[in-house]
Write a protein that binds this ligand. Structure first.
Ligand code: MLT
Length: 309
């Protein structure tokens, strides 16, 4: 028998997890929720389940007097102050790498959308514009792919890219000649300098974590190395790419196109959305049934382990 602890859910979760918690806990679902609303109600709950829709920081924790666990239904912990959680002796659980495949597949989809102008083609046909000549694009096959970050998402993208016969290269947080040699055996070139990677490739995917050293990592000083037929895709976090600098590169046609699933300020209209050569998606990288089910299974196991009588 599981005790009736009170769970607050502030982001979308898989139905399997929803059913499980509703059977075993007292559940409140509030999403979207503002940080202020969350601060005001958090003292009523024992467990918070979130994704990237809220910040867990010392201010929130100081109001969450009854909190016993924070569950991040996903990988990233950039919205969680882990030190503050540790100090407050609150359990933390997340599900690393469960959505890498989903994010990798979205990245490939965005590459096709940009190179084949799918957004514009779809918009135009709705008003009966059949402008085939202006919709000439590029194939992914044989392109040079540069991955900024080579964690589990980067590795998944590289795996898929093999099927397109792409030439894959990357940068990582800590370059070493040993790592470069290891990657060489897998036919992946490890560049020491980001600018070199950006100048070399046709497709750049930003898939590194958001940290103090990756904040504004992609900005006007390195965007200028991209060539005019290249595309840039951000599936990491808003804030890793300077949106203002990217906007200028796109309107000046210094790059062919860009796509982003993540924004510095989510739920806000960005000037990027007005551009034909930009595609935005609302942080849907992990929104596949498969990855959400994996996440649900892991969280159910965690809840059983920690909160069963
Ligand atoms: C994650 O870090 O797992 C992603 O941001 C996916 C998400 O929670 O939506």
């Amino acid at each position: 028998m599981v005790s009736k602890l009170r769970i607050l859910v502030v982001d979308p979760i898989h139905i399997k997890l929803r059913n499980y918690i509703e059977e075993n806990f007292t559940v409140t679902v509030k999403h979207p929720i503002t940080q202020q609303e969350l601060i005001q109600c958090i003292n009523k709950y024992d467990i918070l389940i979130l994704r990237s829709g809220a910040q867990v920081d010392s201010e929130l924790l100081s109001h969450g007097k009854n909190l016993r666990a924070i569950i991040r239904a996903g990988t990233g912990t950039d919205n969680i102050d882990l030190q503050a959680l540790y100090n407050a002796k609150i359990l933390f659980y997340n599900t690393p790498n469960t959505n890498s495949r989903a994010v990798a597949e979205l990245s490939i989809g965005l590459m096709h959308c940009l190179f084949r102008h799918i957004k514009r083609a779809s918009n135009e046909i709705e008003t009966n514009i059949w402008n085939k000549k202006s919709l000439m694009g590029f194939e992914l096959t044989n392109k040079k792919l540069g991955l900024i970050g080579f964690g589990s998402i980067g590795q998944e993208i590289a795996n898929i890219a093999k099927g397109y016969n792409m030439l894959v290269s990357c940068t990582v947080a800590h370059y070493s000649t040993k790592r470069a040699a290891d990657m060489n055996t897998k036919n992946i070139t490890l560049f020491n300098h980001l600018e070199e990677l950006m100048a070399f490739n046709d497709i750049l995917v930003v898939c590194c974590p958001y940290t103090n050293s990756t904040k504004n990592l992609i900005n006007k000083d390195n965007l200028c190395y991209l060539n005019p037929t290249s595309i840039l895709i951000n599936v990491a976090r808003g804030g890793v790419v300077s949106e203002q600098d990217l906007y200028h590169s796109l309107i000046n046609k210094n790059i062919y196109g860009a796509a982003s699933d993540v924004f510095e300020h989510e739920r806000k209209i960005s000037p990027l959305f007005t551009l034909n050569n930009f595609i935005g998606t609302p942080h849907i990288g992990a929104m596949t049934n498969e990855s959400q089910e994996k996440i649900a299974d892991l969280i159910i196991q965690f809840l059983k382990r920690e909160f069963s009588d």
